[in-house]
Design a protein around this ligand. Structure first.
Ligand code: CA
Ligand code: CA
Length: 384
């Protein structure tokens, strides 16, 4: 009779070759499929290799993002992903008209027409900057716009790591006008337009996490670069708190701005659409849900951006090159703070289902480069 110990050893000896075989069989095909790209980097498909070269180029110190910054060009690149993609309307198509090709690069290919549309005003600089990089690497405009947006927002601390699918055609037609929502639109109009493009009211809020890394330039030209939250280089949940604070003053020369509301902080800009979506019963609870859960905000933003980036595209024909997108630095905190000088009494709690959470107030008034010490209240510096 063999002892239990010898049976165990025999079993173990049999198992090891089986395990080795299983590992070999499993590792074999996937290992051989990975393509080797420049500088020893690998990708799931050789067609993704070009994107490492684009990455090096746009992240260089003299590139689009000036050494991997989350500055104005990263903000504008993220914004451009939306302005290209949202040119997509099944409602127009059902009326027998051309409804736009979505995330097809049309805003760059037909910039002479699309940049004359009111809602695309001021996007000339980023379109022309990006165009030279796309042409240099011989990639399609539609791909480049989504790639640059994904890389740009990955430069923001706490940012998402967006999916990136490559292979969009470089042929496109001019998008119809009036498909990009305006910051002056009513909540009804915004939700209707976004619903036509396939987005729920909650997904509209998810997309607006992008306003955590954003500044306005043309809505009020007296305060160019005024950000939409106090931390425009950090992809945090501050935007969702600060838009719910009572507006106290216009940051510029009175109410001269377009779609401009009173904001709670000196130097901060508040868009009419953000102010209203934060307080509307259809969107207020999704809005509030991010205040104490930045990780949820990021995962929902990743999901909705994966949808936006392939509007009008057949994603089954695209190649997943998400490996190329850099991993962002983690956020400092999962929970937003009340800006210094504010209390919970300043919050317009707008979600009927859930009380507004208790937040700690920022006591330092200087926790990032963008907070300045100017008197008792928080003020916010412009983005340059
Ligand atoms: Ca388009
Ligand atoms: Ca922010």
């Amino acid at each position: 009779m063999p002892s239990w110990a010898s049976v165990f050893i025999m079993l173990f000896k049999t198992l090891i070759p089986l395990l080795t075989l299983a590992l070999t069989v499993h590792a074999g095909p996937s290992a051989s499929k990975r393509a080797t790209c420049s500088n020893g980097r690998t990708a799931s498909d050789s067609k993704c290799c070009v994107w490492y070269d684009v990455l090096d180029d746009i992240q260089a110190s003299d590139g689009l993002f000036q050494g991997g910054q989350c500055g104005e060009d990263a903000h504008q690149s993220l914004r451009l992903t939306f302005h290209d993609a949202i040119g997509f309307s099944p409602a127009l198509t059902s009326q027998g008209k051309f409804g736009g090709g979505g995330a097809d690069g049309s805003i760059m290919a037909h910039s002479d027409v699309e940049l004359t549309y009111g809602e695309n005003f001021g996007m000339d600089d980023i379109v022309e900057l990006q165009r030279s990089f796309a042409l240099r690497h011989n990639v399609s405009f539609g791909d480049f716009i989504q790639f640059a947006g994904a890389v740009g927002v990955s430069n923001c601390a706490g940012g998402p790591r967006l999916q990136f699918l490559a292979g969009r055609s470089n042929d496109s037609q001019v998008s119809p006008d009036n498909l990009v929502p305006s910051p002056a639109d009513t909540v009804d109009a915004i939700l209707d337009r976004m619903s036509d493009a396939g987005f729920s009211a909650a997904e509209v809020v998810d997309l607006l996490a992008s306003h955590s890394v954003a500044a306005q330039e043309h809505l009020d030209t007296t305060i160019v670069g005024s950000p939409l939250d106090s931390t425009p280089s950090v992809f945090d949940a501050q935007f969702f708190v600060e838009t719910l604070l009572n507006g106290t003053a216009f940051p510029g020369d009175s109410s001269s701005g377009f779609a401009e509301e009173k904001s709670p902080l000196v130097g901060e800009f508040r868009m009419t659409s953000d102010a209203e979506l934060a307080r509307d019963s259809r969107t207020a609870c999704e809005w509030q849900s991010f205040v104490t859960d930045q990780a949820l905000m990021v995962s929902k933003f990743e999901a909705v951006m994966a949808k936006l980036a392939v509007l009008g595209q057949d994603s089954s024909t695209l190649i997943d090159c998400s490996d190329v997108i850099p991993k962002p630095k983690a956020a400092a905190s999962n929970v937003a703070k009340l800006p210094a000088g504010k209390t919970l009494a300043d919050i317009d709690a707008s979600c009927a289902e859930t009380p507004f959470p208790t937040l700690s107030a920022d006591s330092e008034q200087g926790n990032t480069d963008y907070w300045l010490l100017l008197g008792p209240a928080t003020s916010v510096a412009p983005v340059r």
